[in-house]
Design a protein around this ligand. Structure first.
Ligand SMILES: C[S@@+](CC[C@H](N)C(=O)[O-])C[C@H]1O[C@@H](n2cnc3c(N)ncnc32)[C@H](O)[C@@H]1O
Length: 240
C-alpha cells in the first residue's frame, strides 16, 4: 500500500499539471474504483453537495469557490443543490478546466490562474485535493484560501478517511493517487485552526454501499462514527 499509516510521513505533492494526463479518463477511473460499492463517482460527489446543503441550508445563495475543481464533477452538484449561488472553480490542471461542461463553467469563473479568483467567497470547498498538495505547502494553501473568504464565510475540506480500509485500498490502486499520503481529520482541523478559522465542525460521511442503501437514511446521524469512507471539516472566518 502506498499511502501512509505513519504519522510524520510526508506527501511530496504532485507535479503542477499531473492531472492533465488524467483529465479525459477521470470519470472512468473514479467509476472503476468505486464500483465495489455499487456506485459511481457521481454518487460520491452528490453526497458532498448534499452534506453542504444540510450544513448551510438549501437556500444558501452566496459566492462559492470549488478549489481543485478538476473536471467539474462536484461543481455540477454544487450548482444543483445551490441553484442561486455564484460558482467559481480553480484547478492547477488546465486540461481539467478545459473538460468542464459549458453548462457548468459558463455561469462563473473557472480558471487555472489564482489571480482571477475573487476575494470574498462565502464558501470555499476543497474536495479530495489536500492529499495532492505537498505536506509543507498544505498550511499555506489553506491560509491563502482563508484570505479569499468573506467575513463570516465558511471553508470546508473533504478528505479520504485513512481509518477506512476500503478507502485505503481504493487509493492504493488509483492511477492518480500514486505517492499520496492521506490526512487524518486532526491534521485538517489543525490546519484550519492555524489559518484562523473558528467554529470547526467535523463529520464522517459515506458509510453504506448500494446494497445497504436502505440504511443510508441514518447516515446523517453517523457523523461521529470514524468508519465513514470520507470526512468533512468545516470552519468559519470571523465576521469582525
Ligand atoms: C482527486 S481530484 C478532485 C477533483 C474534484 N475536487 C472532485 O471532487 O472531483 C484532485 C484535483 O486537485 C487538483 N490539484 C492538485 N493540487 C492542486 C493545487 N495545489 N491547487 C489546485 N488544485 C490542485 C488536481 O489537479 C485535481 O484536479
Amino acid at each position: 500500500m502506498r499511502t501512509s499509516e505513519n504519522a510524520g510521513e510526508k506527501c511530496v505533492g504532485m507535479p503542477a499539471q499531473e492531472f492533465d494526463s488524467h483529465s479525459e479518463t477521470y470519470h472512468d477511473t473514479l467509476d472503476q474504483l468505486t464500483r465495489i460499492t455499487g456506485e459511481g463517482g457521481e454518487y460520491f460527489a452528490e453526497l458532498k453537495a448534499r452534506h453542504l446543503a444540510r450544513a448551510l441550508g438549501a437556500d444558501f445563495s452566496g459566492k462559492i469557490l470549488d478549489f481543485g475543481c478538476g473536471v467539474g464533477l462536484l461543481s455540477r452538484y454544487l450548482l444543483r443543490y445551490f441553484p442561486a449561488c455564484d460558482l467559481h472553480g480553480y484547478d492547477i490542471s488546465t486540461s481539467s478546466i478545459a473538460q468542464i461542461e459549458p453548462a457548468i463553467s459558463s455561469g462563473g469563473r473557472f480558471t487555472s490562474h489564482e489571480n482571477e479568483l475573487a476575494e470574498n467567497y462565502d464558501l470555499i470547498v476543497i474536495a479530495n485535493v489536500m492529499h495532492h498538495i505537498a505536506t509543507e505547502n498544505q498550511l499555506d494553501a489553506i491560509s491563502r484560501l482563508y484570505a479569499r473568504l468573506a467575513p463570516g464565510g465558511n471553508l470546508v475540506v473533504f478528505e479520504h478517511n485513512p481509518a477506512n480500509l476500503l478507502t485505503r485500498w481504493a487509493v492504493s490502486v488509483c492511477a492518480f493517487d500514486v505517492g499520496v499520503v492521506l490526512l487524518w481529520p486532526r491534521e485538517v482541523r489543525a490546519y484550519l485552526r492555524l489559518a484562523g478559522l473558528n467554529d470547526l465542525k467535523q463529520a464522517y460521511i459515506t458509510f453504506f454501499p448500494r446494497w445497504f442503501s436502505w440504511l443510508r437514511t441514518f447516515e446523517s446521524f453517523l457523523g461521529w462514527c470514524p468508519l465513514g469512507a470520507q470526512y468533512a471539516v468545516m470552519g468559519r472566518k470571523n465576521t469582525g
